[in-house]
Ligand binder design. Structure first.
Ligand SMILES: [Zn+2]
Length: 247
């Protein structure tokens, strides 16, 4: 390893819906969906190159890098299709995963941020509890109503994040250690609220940015990479090796 050159350590993959081709609820933006078949084949291929770890293990991996790169699987918003179409695949392949839940959408049709197209249901409380009981699963915060946080007043930002985390804590009877910024948007006020929750929150993730590297020194702003039907392991390796000279 060359001194001072950032080194790629792994990826935090981001998904939303998991629907087969032609299913109702399919988002207009294809990047927001992965088919169950693609998810399973991606997991099978990735398992040769990457170690699948829990999101909460990432800070330790940044401090103590290993030779094998890691991969984390995350799902945003808390759509029912993750329970119906992805949960069994993740269990079958022993893949740890995190679902970031917008609690205002629990059990209702929730993708209000998609301007057009049909809507998919949010996870019910029962489904959330069943997923949470699986040792592979982590449930993280994602606000109540999925707003663009920097557009809100400080008190509203506080409410969106605190009440979401507290609702999840109450439903699941456990500490919530992870959070995803809706749309990846944050500013100084948002980070101040996150900082106030530092006794609970250990890892917060963005909606873009790609590879986690030895330069990723703020665990409240970790990058992610979208995983959809167009994502290939081959392209991932190529990008990791050329992007900013990562080794
Ligand atoms: Zn979201």
């Amino acid at each position: 390893m060359i001194e001072g050159v950032p080194r790629g350590l792994g990826y935090i993959m981001m998904m939303h819906h998991v629907l087969p081709e032609g299913a109702s609820g399919m988002p207009v933006d294809k990047k927001l969906n992965i088919t169950p078949a693609k998810l399973e084949s991606f997991i099978e291929q990735a398992s040769y190159k990457y170690e699948f770890i829990h999101l909460e293990q990432v800070p330790d991996r940044i401090k103590h890098p290993t030779k094998k790169k890691f991969m984390v699987f995350t799902f945003d918003d808390g759509f029912q299709s993750v329970y119906i179409n992805a949960f069994d695949i993740l269990k079958k392949h022993h893949v740890p995963f995190t679902i970031f839940v917008s609690t205002g959408f629990t059990g209702i049709r929730c993708n209000t941020y998609q301007a057009t197209g049909p809507h998919e249901l949010g996870l019910s409380t029962e489904e959330l509890l069943e997923i949470n009981a699986c040792p592979l699963a982590t449930i993280g915060g994602h606000t109540i109503n999925h707003p663009r946080l920097p557009l809100l007043s400080t008190s509203k930002i506080h409410e969106e994040i605190f009440i979401n985390i507290n609702n999840l804590k109450t439903i699941l009877n456990k500490t919530i250690n992870t959070f995803a910024y809706p749309y990846g948007y944050y500013d100084k006020n948002v980070l101040n609220v996150i900082h106030d929750l530092r006794d609970d929150l250990k890892v917060c993730v963005l909606a873009s940015g790609g590879v986690v590297s030895t330069m990723s020194n703020n665990c409240f702003l970790l990058p992610r990479l979208n995983l959809d039907d167009e994502t290939s392991i081959h392209k991932l390796s190529h990008w990791r090796n050329t992007y900013m000279g990562f080794q």
